[in-house]
Design a protein around this ligand. Structure first.
Ligand SMILES: NC(=O)c1ccc[n+]([C@@H]2O[C@H](COP(=O)([O-])OP(=O)(O)OC[C@H]3O[C@@H](n4cnc5c(N)ncnc54)[C@H](OP(=O)(O)O)[C@@H]3O)[C@@H](O)[C@H]2O)c1
Length: 283
């Protein structure tokens, strides 16, 4: 890969899942990767065999000081960051009625405000160079909302809006902005990372049976899904694309469901949605 084609890419949430896989795939293609994570304990594993291409920095997207420090260090070391992948995020699972103020604040603080903080920190340098790429990781859940993922979907809908506005704001400055919309891929997202609402865990939810039915089906489906590699490959494609479009769905489920939703009326879509496990519970 020639010098001009080599990009310096900063990734948030690179300790696991999509972020880790994207860091490794970008590095294996000759890009320079700044793999940022809350806890650097995972770094050796993330860069095993690719130490020359991947460096690590501590970055917690919920902490503005940590974001400023990591971006400052990365810019001081490399002079410029060509692309950022705002990937850090997790899901809050539970009925809208049951999730607590703290749970919802943490969900928005990580997924939405975290993405915004990192953009804010990087944009002055990108704007000055009149060059750069921002990839914000949304989800099919950023276009379609279902039961029990309302707050997660609200964060991803917010990311869609923020990304779309940012894309227009930055066209005059030569900065490309893309929303990546993965379907379901097996990762810690559905298990260790999933924040099941405390009210549900503590047995205080009136929706307990529906949550159980939906969560069991959701986790069972995740087991049938591929791992993070396809999402990493999509991130590489976007990084190497001269003019990526605003939205980049990935996964055959996303490719099927997103156009189907667009073609369906609300009533048609509701008829489909109400076939799901949430609605099969008899109370
Ligand atoms: N998997 C899916 O099916 C799917 C589908 C569509 C969209 N997505 C989205 O894709 C992104 C990555 O998901 P994934 O499947 O790779 O999940 P994952 O395996 O659970 O990884 C999530 C990553 O986000 C990091 N993170 C969480 N909070 C953070 C914070 N405050 N600061 C910095 N990093 C933080 C985690 O770091 P720690 O190791 O420190 O916890 C971890 O590296 C998320 O935005 C998710 O919503 C996932």
């Amino acid at each position: 890969m020639g010098e001009r084609e080599q990009q310096t890419v900063l990734i948030t949430g690179a300790s696991r899942g999509f972020g880790k896989e994207a860091a490794r795939l970008l590095a294996s293609r000759g890009h320079r990767v700044i793999a940022t994570m809350r806890n650097l304990e995972m770094l050796d594993e993330v860069r095993a065999g690719l130490e020359g291409q991947i460096e690590g920095l501590r970055l917690d997207v919920t902490d503005a000081k940590s974001v400023a420090a990591a971006v400052g260090q990365a810019l001081a070391r490399h002079g410029a960051i060509d692309a950022v992948v705002n990937n850090a995020g997790y899901g809050l699972f539970g009925p809208v009625e049951d999730v607590s103020e703290d749970e919802v604040s943490r969900q928005f603080n990580t997924n939405v405000f975290g993405t915004w903080r990192v953009c804010k920190a990087l944009l002055p340098a990108m704007r000055e160079r009149r060059e750069g790429l921002i990839i914000n990781v949304s989800s099919t859940g950023g276009r379609i909302a279902g039961p029990l993922m309302g707050m997660y979907s609200a964060t991803k809908y917010a990311i869609e809006a923020l990304t779309e506005a940012l894309r227009y704001e930055l066209i005059p400055y030569g900065i490309r902005v893309v929303c990546l919309e993965p379907g379901m891929y097996k990762s810690d997202w559905q298990t260790a990372s999933l924040d099941v609402a405390e009210a549900v865990r503590a047995g205080r939810s009136a929706y307990a049976q529906r949550v159980e039915a939906q969560l069991t089906a959701f986790r069972a489906r995740a087991q049938t899904r591929p791992g993070s590699f396809a999402v990493a490959a999509a991130i590489v494609e976007i990084v190497e694309h001269p003019k990526p479009p605003l939205r980049w769905p990935v996964g055959e489920d996303a490719m099927e469901i997103l156009p189907l939703r667009l073609r369906s009326s609300d009533a048609e879509w509701e008829a489909r949605m109400t076939q799901g496990p949430y609605f099969q519970v008899k109370e």
